[in-house]
Write a protein that binds this ligand. Sequence first.
Ligand SMILES: Cc1cc2nc3c(=O)[nH]c(=O)nc-3n(C[C@H](O)[C@H](O)[C@H](O)COP(=O)(O)O)c2cc1C
Ligand code: SF4
Ligand code: SF4
Length: 254
Amino acid sequence: MITFYFTATGNSLAVAKRIGGNLIAIPQVIDTQNPHYKDDVIGIVFPIYSNAPPKMVRRFLENARLEADYIFAVGTYGNLPGACMFNLQKTATKNGFRFDYTNQILMVDNYLPIFEMDAEIAKLPAKKTEEMNAKIAEDIALRKRNQTPASWGWRIISGILGAIIRTDKNAQKYTVNEECTTCGICAKVCPAKNIAVADKVEFGNHCEACLACAHLCPQNAIHLKKEKSGKRWRNPDVSTTEIINSNNRHRDLP
Ligand SMILES: Cc1cc2nc3c(=O)[nH]c(=O)nc-3n(C[C@H](O)[C@H](O)[C@H](O)COP(=O)(O)O)c2cc1C
Ligand code: SF4
Ligand code: SF4
């Protein structure tokens, strides 16, 4: 079994670890030419951004040839998933395969412009994340089939959101304060190779809007111009090193 994943603050990696298999971080294979993967089971776990998969996950699904007896997809989200998992089937169909199982799991919402992290953490017990994580892992182990339904209303709203909210374009509004020690961790957790650190931190123009840099800076030095929360989030089941190993594409950095 191969489980592909994309993660910024560890939620999706925590779910992927619980499901198991040979875990492959999408940023590590996104530049592979003519990607073709064959196994008995292939799956993908990712965070939902603006009711859709992250841009890099869409690119992966559009380019990769996935051959398996059973294919699954799990979206992690914080409040409103919209028709993300429903629409994902369309991407799959266009690429010549179908997900046998899709599901979504409510976790901490790491979207700093809207959500306050302490309040999000306080909501965790009511979100029943652990129970859902166990259920999804069991469903997949038993090769269950499931399609996530979506109302017509959500299909329309998610379509409009995906078209008008370009999180990648909105994402370059960061400030780095004087607490920065130029440690380079923000560059290493960035899945998009969008940060360079020499004597200061510099952002490029191909941000995925994942917020890994802001959440994982050990000095809490990276801030959005508009953020609801000064507090940051990393899933307790995942270390910063695991996220670096997943996302670091600057192999030449110290
Ligand atoms: C740019 C961005 C957009 C997001 N959009 C949504 C959304 O539309 N609906 C939702 O419920 N959560 C949304 N979230 C929250 C994440 O999907 C959620 O926190 C996810 O579990 C993070 O996974 P990760 O820790 O693996 O990065 C968004 C987060 C970010 C950074
Ligand atoms: S992770 Fe934080 S402290 Fe380290 S270089 Fe980046 S902004 Fe500076
Ligand atoms: S610059 Fe920050 S928000 Fe943008 S892709 Fe890199 S880590 Fe994610």
